[in-house]
Design a protein around this ligand. Structure first.
Ligand SMILES: Nc1ncnc2c1ncn2[C@@H]1O[C@H](COP(=O)(O)OP(=O)(O)OP(=O)(O)O)[C@@H](O)[C@H]1O
Ligand SMILES: [Mg+2]
Length: 312
């Protein structure tokens, strides 16, 4: 079955807690940001552009629903250690593309690899165990479970899942303790530790977004795919999430994220991939993209000649 977030509105912002702090501000541009931008400086700003060190490569990925071709991506490469934004109008196929890459849906055709390994047919929890995780456009926290239990559920693909570890005294208990310690550490980092034992249902929309991101980190991933991590979140919390995303790159992770807010995209992305009607129609740096007529056409046909940033 498909996840239910393929379409539909983002969670409401009303109850967001504006008091969540961002991680300590770093220098204007971190070493990781400089490295990512330098690596991408020589890449041609065109659809399907080859990257110097891709962590994710997809080719010929197509998915139709009845008569609608939701995704028809010829080629996409995501540079290791970068923050790459995937943007495009509603219905462009961004979420479907995420679903395909992460094993929540199957493409009609196509191949893709993560860290050089073929990923077709690999189940989502196995991908997570290999280092590739995603979050959902509509948050997936289990509202009737405490926050800490939601976090522990993020720890898939670990030793404790194998039944034979139960035969070795101590192994499972130790594993549990390690998982809980990691969960508590992450809750602290995302300023959710005070909600540790509350039901996830008691969190605001923005806090649920933070919980999703924190939970995704339980498996210590190398590629984090975020589907609209900032949708429906108030401006103060957006700044916090924004800093967290930059923090992931600074720790060596690669981030691929879907976002509609162009200011945010401009602020945090090293590279932008634009989809429209299932296809990749443009790629480039945020500056390349905001002045690309094909992108402006895709969003708002009548706004040619004006900066995308002015319009959205
Ligand atoms: N399970 C499904 N069954 C039928 N059609 C679907 C399904 N999932 C997606 N689609 C269709 O595929 C197209 C792409 O949808 P998708 O949700 O991937 O777009 P998106 O770029 O994520 O949009 P948004 O920005 O609104 O989240 C749309 O036309 C959508 O209606
Ligand atoms: Mg979507």
């Amino acid at each position: 079955m498909l996840p239910s977030d393929a379409t539909g509105p983002a969670s409401p912002a009303a109850a967001d807690d504006p008091g969540v702090d961002a991680p300590l501000a770093t220098a204007a541009e971190s070493d990781a940001a400089r490295r990512a931008r330098a690596a991408l400086a020589g890449v041609a700003p065109e659809p399907g552009a080859a990257k110097p060190d891709p962590i994710l490569t997809a080719a010929g990925i197509r998915r139709a629903f009845g008569g609608i071709v939701a995704v028809d991506v010829e080629r996409v490469e995501v540079q290791r250690g970068s923050i790459t934004a995937l943007i495009g109008p509603n219905g462009a196929g961004k979420t479907t593309f995420f679903n395909l890459l992460t094993g929540f849906d199957k493409p009609d055709t196509g191949t893709w690899s993560f860290d050089g390994k073929d990923m077709a047919g690999v189940a989502p929890h196995r991908m997570a165990a290999r280092g590739m995780v995603r979050t959902f456009q509509l948050t997936k926290s289990l509202t009737k479970l405490p926050v800490i239990e939601n976090m522990k559920l993020g720890a898939t693909g670990q030793k404790g899942e194998k039944w034979w570890n139960g035969l070795i005294p101590g192994t499972w208990k130790q594993q549990e303790a390690e998982i809980e310690a990691r969960a508590d550490q992450l809750l602290q980092r995302f300023k959710l530790d005070h909600m540790r034992d509350e039901y996830a249902g008691a969190l605001s929309g923005g806090q649920r977004k933070l919980l999703e991101m924190a939970r995704a980190l339980m498996t210590d991933p190398t590629l984090v795919m975020l589907d609209e991590p900032m949708a429906g979140v108030n401006p103060a919390l957006k700044q916090s999430l924004n800093a967290h995303v930059k923090g992931l790159r600074d720790e060596g992770m690669t981030v691929l994220f879907v976002e509609h807010d162009m200011d945010m995209v401009h602020d945090i992305s090293d590279w932008v991939i634009v989809m429209a009607e299932g296809r990749v129609i443009a790629e480039g740096t945020p500056d390349d993209i905001s002045s690309n007529p094909a992108v402006i056409d895709a969003y708002l046909g009548m706004h040619q000649g004006r900066s995308l940033l002015e319009d959205l």
